[in-house]
Design a protein around this ligand. Structure first.
Ligand code: IPM
Ligand code: MN
Length: 370
């Protein structure tokens, strides 16, 4: 591989390829105006890979993902592949990447963009200025725990089972990411589990507390049961800065948190691994939204979450904070100028297509940093 930074783009299914197309526009802008050059590889994942190769993610794709500096992921899935066996679902692609690349820390911000404060189903005074980060553990817990399966009981009845397991090191490494992140923010971490009913939750709580005492006493730590956390997120979401939680609770709570912002189509995410022997960190960036098969192919999807995922990639994988901020500002300016895709449409705004939204971001980039 050459001297350039390398990137693997996996657009996936549904609106994935459409919104990824707008990222390419932003990437082209960076190349032209900022001499930022990525060597880009592209490949199929999810349903697209099932159709072409009979597997949701080919081994070559996983190998490539391990080689590159960062992976930019679109979204996978759709009704066409819903009837396939458990190991052949499009979702296996993202789960395989998380596991094979050791991407244990899934960072899911919930940010209310000021021009969109009315888009939330909650009152503006509850969500205005919201900026919280959920750090979801993403290679362990009940998603991957063993034993798992469906067995037939002696009486012929079936029994399905999955296992929630967390070892100390799994808890420590994700908690460390949360504490370090908090240090760059408001220095508050809330650790979320169900220590009242689950042994693994109790171990989680004790491990996070011990690490806090040992290494992060400068950060404020609180603990919350997951059910209470769901309630608190709706009651008063601004009480949180960083939330760290398990794979399953993080899946639920991050969907909840994203909707506080009223705009699922706006939110990016990063999934980070540990440092490898060369000091490199595997990382994957993807929007929080799914493949939205109902609107796929219509050119109306909101490309901003994918564009903001690209910005997150610049920040966390390439330390290009200035360029990341530039892209984030460009997105905010476009919204402030009244352009809206259908998902965030509001009174007195102009409804635009995916492509027009992408072009508008590039125009703002020209104004801000050309
Ligand atoms: C997510 C998704 C995935 C998950 C699915 C697609 C496997 O819902 O990234 O939150 O449950 O982790
Ligand atoms: Mn989810």
């Amino acid at each position: 591989m050459g001297a350039n930074k390398t990137l693997l783009i996996l657009p996936g299914d549904g609106i994935g390829p459409e919104v990824m197309h707008e990222v390419r526009r932003v990437n082209d802008w960076l190349r032209r105006k900022r001499a930022v050059n990525f060597d880009i590889f592209e490949d199929l994942v999810g349903g697209a890979a099932i159709d072409a190769r009979g597997t949701p993610i080919a081994p070559e794709t996983v190998a490539r993902a391990k080689e590159v500096d960062a992976v930019l992921f679109g979204s996978v899935g759709g009704p066409k592949w819903d009837k396939l066996g458990f190991d052949m679902r499009p979702e296996i692609a993202i789960l395989t990447l998380r596991r094979e690349l050791g991407l244990f820390a899934n960072l899911r911000p919930a940010v209310v963009f000021d021009p969109l404060v009315e888009a939330s189903t909650l009152k503006p005074e509850v969500v205005r200025g919201l900026d919280l980060m959920i750090v979801r553990e993403s290679t362990g817990g009940i998603y991957f725990g063993k034993p798992r399966g469906v067995e037939t009981l002696p009486n012929g009845e079936k029994r399905g089972f999955n296992t929630e397991t967390y070892a100390t090191h799994e808890i420590e490494r994700v908690a460390r990411v949360a504490f370090e992140l908090a240090r760059t923010r408001q220095k508050r971490v809330c650790s979320v589990e169900k220590a009242n009913v689950m042994e693994s939750g109790l171990l989680w709580r004790e491990t996070v507390s011990a690490l806090h005492e040992r290494e992060f006493a400068d950060v404020e730590l609180s603990h919350m049961y997951a059910d209470n956390c769901a309630m608190q997120l709706v009651r008063n979401p601004r009480q949180f800065d960083v939330i760290v939680t398990t794979n399953l609770f993080g899946d639920l709570l991050s969907d909840l948190a994203s909707m506080l912002t009223g705009s699922l189509g706006m939110l990016p995410s990063a999934t980070l691994g540990g440092l490898d022997a060369k000091g490199r960190r595997h990382a994957l960036y993807e929007p929080i939204h799914g493949s939205a098969p109902d609107i796929a192919g219509k050119g109306i999807a909101n490309p901003l979450a994918q564009v903001l995922s690209f910005a997150m990639m610049l920040r966390y994988s390439f330390a290009m904070e200035e360029e990341a901020k530039l892209i984030e500002s460009a997105c905010t300016h476009v919204l402030a100028s009244g352009l809206r895709t259908a998902d965030i449409m509001a009174r007195n705004c102009a409804k635009v297509s995916t492509q027009v939204m992408g072009e508008a971001v590039v125009r703002e980039l020209d104004k801000l940093g050309g």
